[in-house]
Design a protein. Structure first.
Length: 396
């Protein structure tokens, strides 16, 4: 086993250029990192040291002549461009068809059964921004007690409720009911509880969000690691995406900053196995809201954190930074975008500077992790042996 511990960080939605089939998704010209760099000067010295600007030309970011990391990019082999599709593919699950979307709201028969089973009428039932719909319907919700149901450009059924109107335990039960109803052609990737607080004009979503994903098929990466006795510590929404399968310890997060702090804490306590991290602010706060400045600032925040992260890395560690899809804030769309994702891999005992090329699937990452711990998954090609093709460096 080459590495005792793998720290795998998903920079949620940080894509690096349109895939060849992007036009089929309405995403021609999408390039999350590239377009942000063209719009706003980025200061990312530590990501560039790892090889970020060696993957492709990025305005204002110079390729490192001797990057300390290995670099490449991954395509999505599955159809779709959402959280569940991307994360499942990383774990070795390729979808035959994308999860369904409901841009015009959910069918009458679904809503009728939903309302009957929860004992409340619902309002909304349309595609909308989460922050905008609670401003639009929050006051009516507080007056009537009707939960706000909405979707987005993702395959999601979201239920928003004020915590003083519908208590959290009831909101979670409502979402469990929705998850049970949404089967067959209506089986969305996730049902999401979206609690909020405050008063009309000043509503604010709380940190008590909870996701209810479709159960992943058996045999995916985290199942395989569990069968091998490998400890998996998840941070952020990883636990929800995989329904906790194969995960021994986990931490939910309130923000990227919270996720980064909890990653460092996990590195102190979990000395072996996989630490699997999702940093969601890029997507949730900035990509979907077309906030270029906010997205750029979040990238720079992660970059500024990297030296503290590198200082915690030990000689038996492998660090992997990647993403699950794109969400270009510079385009008119507020949807995810069908993009390649960056791949940066670093270890203190590795030479760095290896061009890992264009990987045909995100499953290559999962297969590499599986390979490291002596197992395998159904899809993907490990690049573990490709990481040591040059002379080792004497210092990180």
């Amino acid at each position: 086993m080459p590495f005792r511990r793998v720290i795998w960080i998903v920079l949620d939605s940080v894509g690096i250029g349109e895939m060849p089939d992007a036009d089929q998704y309405g995403d021609r010209g999408s390039d999350t990192l590239g377009n942000i760099a063209r719009k706003r000067a980025l200061h990312l010295p530590n990501l560039c040291r790892l090889g970020l600007a060696n993957i492709k030309p990025l305005t204002g970011l110079a390729p490192d002549p001797a990057p300390i990391g290995s670099f490449g990019k991954c395509a999505l082999a599955s159809p779709g461009k959402d959280t569940t599709t991307g994360h499942w593919e990383m774990a070795g699950i390729h979808l035959a068809k994308p999860f369904p979307l409901f841009p015009n709201g959910f069918p009458t028969e679904v809503m009728n059964e939903f309302e009957s089973r929860i004992g409340r009428s619902a309002i909304g039932n349309k595609a909308a921004s989460g922050t905008e719909i609670i401003e639009e319907l929050g006051e009516e919700h507080m007056r009537t007690g009707s939960p706000i149901v909405y979707t987005s450009a993702d395959s999601v059924f979201q239920v928003a409720a004020h915590e003083e109107v519908i208590p959290l335990f009831e909101l979670y039960k409502i979402c469990e009911t929705a998850r049970d109803i949404l089967r067959g052609p209506c089986e969305v990737g996730r049902v999401i509880a979206r609690p909020f607080e405050g008063s009309p004009g000043s509503f604010k979503r709380t940190t008590n969000r909870h996701d209810y994903a479709v159960p992943p098929p058996k045999g995916m990466l985290l199942d395989q690691l569990a069968d091998c006795g490998v400890n998996v510590f998840s941070i952020g929404k990883i636990f929800d995406v995989f329904l906790g399968r194969g995960i021994r310890e986990y931490e939910k997060t309130k923000s990227n900053a919270d996720g980064m702090a909890k990653t460092l804490d996990a590195m102190e306590s979990a000395k072996t196995g996989l630490i699997f991290v999702n940093l969601v602010d890029f997507d949730q706060l900035y990509g979907h809201r077309n906030d270029v400045e906010g997205y750029a600032g979040a990238l720079e925040e992660v970059d500024a954190w990297l030296p503290a992260f590198e200082a915690k890395l030990e000689s038996g560690d492998l660090a992997i930074l990647t993403a699950d899809h794109g969400c270009d804030p510079t385009t008119p769309s507020t949807d995810h975008s069908r993009e390649y994702v960056p791949l940066l891999v670093y270890g203190k005992g590795l030479p760095g500077g290896v061009n890992l090329g264009v990987r045909q699937t995100l499953s290559d990452i999962g297969q590499t992790v599986a390979d490291n711990f002596g197992t395998q998954i159904a899809c993907g090609r490990s690049f573990l042996n490709e990481l040591a093709v040059a002379e080792p460096r004497t210092s990180p």
